[in-house]
Design a protein around this ligand. Structure first.
Ligand SMILES: Nc1ncnc2c1ncn2[C@@H]1O[C@H](COP(=O)(O)OP(=O)(O)OP(=O)(O)O)[C@@H](O)[C@H]1O
Length: 773
């Protein structure tokens, strides 16, 4: 190596200086070797530094040069090969799981990652107030829920309170690879920017993956299961609500997770206890795995449907949510009054449903499914097929008109029925339909098998009113202690004005005590107050929602609610009447407007029709005029021709022997005539051939005038008299008559019978159309 270096250095030195191999060192006087020269080239000043070290530290750096060079080469080689080697390891010795951002697993994994130590200790990290996927249908849900949920219990996130709203800050590692230990295994969390998702927002274009050494990915699966478990646990006490919607501006339908609501206890839905119990028992039995097998063994579709009906605000949706929460199922809501609820979208949504869930079809009466299959009560649908319903149009056409809609864009009753129990429907789900007008529904929709239980909801009776009152005013566990007497410290107050800690504690205690006493008093009086309140509210007049609405205005003062009840009833009635009047007025105005528009439209259509008819009749008259003129012209020509023919045939009769001269005459006369005619006599090759020889001999006797005048084909047939008689009939036109006359003149052909007389060559040179035998 030394030798090589010396040679290289020598060359370099000779090139650079053109002098001898060793030159005296400038500072120390020590000889500068070829190596030094070479190193000086790459690291300027190295020889000076080396001489300095040698002089002061007595270390000869020249001895280490080979070592340094070897290290350099190795580093270079490692850089070159490491990527290749790493790729090999990655491909053959590691397992990887990729997680896309447009799936809910992203939310699960990121929630888990944020709780890990390696994420909290990351030097470069991303901070979020919401860990969920940036994709809007995964991102928007339970934003508020997490604010109150997560806190910083596990250290994964920190809450900051500003302006009263609590925002949770979550930290996750930034883009790049991050190594961490999980259950004794070294894993790599990698976050990268995806270049594939073309139309996605930059914040959506993200991918995460987790790698582990070894070809068995069990540890990754375990991690994902744990992440999912943590995620689900967070939602355990909640009812997850999904709504059927169309993605962004596109028309692709999807279930959007819109909320995770704390499950509503069944007890808070005020309904006949027996009905409630029956409902719960029925669903419990249905969800039992043994029942599923029972259904399967008997070939009965494993489905259960419930219809909840009643006026608005009587608790139908509340009961559905409570039911889903009670059985820890997700609830998938789709409102059939939404314009996106067309057949295609619904079918697509139903095919995406999980096996075990509650499906809530809201307001099935507003979907336009009031059109019955019996047909008698069917509203008049202007166009479309029999069972098409109005109002169910493709997104973007919210006009509600039937005429403009494409049939594929509407929801038909049979379409809905197919979806409910056809191939697209998922077995194992609990179907709940709600309606305000059961009487409008088709019997096919609510027949057993589709609807197995009907629950009626009514306006509040006395008992219900009292129950609503108690539900609102009875103090419950977890209610926040109200401390109305606490005076908030003003921003201008100084520390001097602040009460001492003991005084503040005493004040707080006093407030709590006041509240407790207040609660106790309320509790004691609540039943009595509820009875008094119920007496003041007329039964079956107001919905539970209306009563609840009033009570919520006085939620901190039950006494005030009771006292204000009568007044509220009067006002509510007045409001109702006013509302009804307003609605009636609006309805009338709308109807009038529609009628006016319809009348205008009809008048316009009529006018257009009349115009078109007029134009039509004018065209017809013109045509008829033309035809008349033509016919007149024709008949003029024909009468001329007839006269001429008669004249000629008479001439022929009188002068049959001078045919040649007649012929020449005729030819000369035909030269100035409008049309030329000739008669062709076609022999029929039949048993009557015996006449052919005679005919042949008679042929020259054909009237020459006729041959030139018009073209008449005569098919020789059986009997002359009958044909001639037929030809002489009134239907036979002048041309034929000409021919008949001509034939009559053919006394030389008594045996020929005529079966077809066809005239060709009219005035204008076209087929005249005559010639029916
Ligand atoms: N029977 C009830 N028990 C308890 N709360 C009720 C009851 N009925 C109505 N409410 C209250 O009234 C509000 C509206 O109720 P909900 O949405 O369930 O009515 P709905 O019958 O589904 O109305 P709509 O037909 O308009 O959808 C809710 O806040 C609910 O708490």
């Amino acid at each position: 190596m030394d030798t090589l270096l010396q040679q290289m250095a020598g060359q370099a030195a000779s090139c650079s200086s053109g002098a001898s191999f060793t030159t005296p060192a400038p500072a120390t006087g020590a000889p500068v070797t070829g190596q030094m020269v070479l190193l000086d080239m790459f690291f300027p000043g190295f020889s000076t530094f080396s001489a300095f070290v040698q002089k002061n530290l007595n270390i000869d750096l020249n001895l280490y040069i080979p070592l340094v060079l070897i290290c350099g080469i190795l580093t270079f080689a490692w850089q070159y090969f490491s990527t290749y080697v790493w790729d090999l390891i990655d491909s053959y010795m590691m397992s990887v799981v990729d997680v896309r951002t447009d799936d809910e697993i992203y939310n699960m994994l990121m929630g888990w990652v944020a709780a890990q130590k390696f994420a909290q200790g990351a030097r470069r990290f991303v901070v979020n107030t919401n860990l969920n996927s940036r994709f809007w249908w995964l991102w928007r849900y339970d934003y508020e829920d997490e604010e109150e949920e997560d806190g910083s219990e596990d250290g994964s996130s920190h809450s900051s309170t500003k302006g009263g709203s609590k925002k949770v800050l979550a930290y996750t590692p930034t883009f790049g690879s991050h190594w961490f230990w999980y259950k004794g295994r070294l894993l790599c969390f990698r976050r990268s920017q995806s270049r594939e998702m073309g139309f996605a927002l930059p914040s959506e274009r993200e991918e995460i993956s987790i790698k582990c050494f070894g070809r068995n990915p069990w540890i990754l699966k375990e991690l994902l299961l744990e992440a999912r478990q943590v995620y689900m646990k967070r939602d355990e006490a909640k009812t997850l609500i999904y709504r059927g919607t169309t993605k962004g501006s596109g028309s692709e339908p999807t279930w959007q997770r819109c909320m995770a609501r704390t499950s509503r206890p069944f007890s808070t839905v005020i309904l006949n206890e027996k009905v409630k119990k029956d409902l719960i028992d029925d669903v419990t039995d249905y969800l039992n795995p043994a029942t599923r097998r029972w259904y399967a063994n008997r070939g009965i579709p494993y489905r259960r449907g419930y219809l909840l009906h009643g006026p608005p605000g009587t608790g139908k949706s509340s009961l559905s949510l409570a039911l889903a929460g009670f059985f820890k199922m997700r609830i998938y809501i789709v409102s059939l009054s939404s314009i996106a609820a067309n057949e295609e979208n619904l079918a697509s949504l139903f095919s995406e449903l999980p096996r075990r869930c509650v499906v809530l079809l809201e307001d099935i009466d507003t979907a336009g499914l009031t059109h019955t299959r019996e047909g008698d009560k069917a509203p008049i649908v202007e166009s479309g097929s029999d069972d098409m319903v109005p109002g169910q149009l493709t997104p973007g056409d919210g006009t509600g008109t039937t005429g403009a809609a494409q049939p594929s864009g509407r929801l038909s009753l049979s379409g809905l029925l197919n979806i409910l129990d056809g191939v697209a429907s998922q077995e194992g789900r609990v179907l709940i339909m709600t309606t305000n007008h059961i009487e409008k529904l088709d019997k096919a929709l609510i027949r057993p098998g589709r609807v197995d239980m009907i629950v009626e909801f009514g306006r509040a009776d006395k008992e219900m009113t009292a129950a609503i009152f108690r539900a609102i005013f009875a103090p419950l566990e977890g209610d926040e202690v109200d401390t109305p007497n606490t005076i908030p410290s003003s921003p201008t107050s100084t520390t001097k004005d602040l009460p001492s800690p003991e005084a503040a504690a005493a004040e707080k205690e006093a407030a709590i005590e006041t509240q407790r006493l207040h609660n106790e008093a309320t509790l004691r009086n609540v039943t009595e107050l509820a009875t008094r309140f119920a007496e003041k509210i007329p039964a079956h007049e107001f919905s539970p929602a209306e009563i609840q609405g009033f009570l919520l205005k006085h939620k901190r003062n039950a006494q005030a609610a009771v006292e204000g009840a009568e007044q509220w009833v009067v006002e509510a009635r007045k409001e109702k009447v006013e509302k009804e009047l307003k609605e009636a007025k609006e309805k009338r105005e709308k109807e009038e407007k529609e009628a006016k528009e319809k009348a205008e439209k009809e008048a316009k259509e009529k006018e257009e029709k009349e115009k078109a008819e007029k134009a039509d009749s004018k065209d017809k008259t013109d045509e008829e005029d033309k035809r008349d003129k033509k016919e007149k012209k024709k008949s003029k020509g024909k009468s001329k021709h007839h006269k001429r023919s008669s004249r000629k045939s008479r001439r022929y009769d009188s002068d049959s022997g001078s045919s040649s001269s007649s012929s020449s005459d005729s030819s000369s006369s035909s030269s100035d005539s409008e049309s030329e005619s000739e008669v062709e006599i076609i022999e029929k090759k039949s048993s009557k051939r015996k006449h052919s020889s005679k005919k042949k001999t008679k042929e020259p006797a054909t009237p020459p005038s006729l041959v030139k005048e018009d073209t008449i084909n005569i098919v020789v047939a059986d009997e002359v008299p009958s044909v001639i008689a037929a030809m002489a009939s009134p239907e036979v036109d002048e041309n034929t008559e000409v021919a008949v006359e001509a034939i009559k003149g053919l006394d030389a052909l008594p045996q020929i019978s005529v079966t077809e007389v066809r005239s060709t060559g009219s005035e204008d040179g076209k087929d005249s159309g005559y010639g029916t035998p």
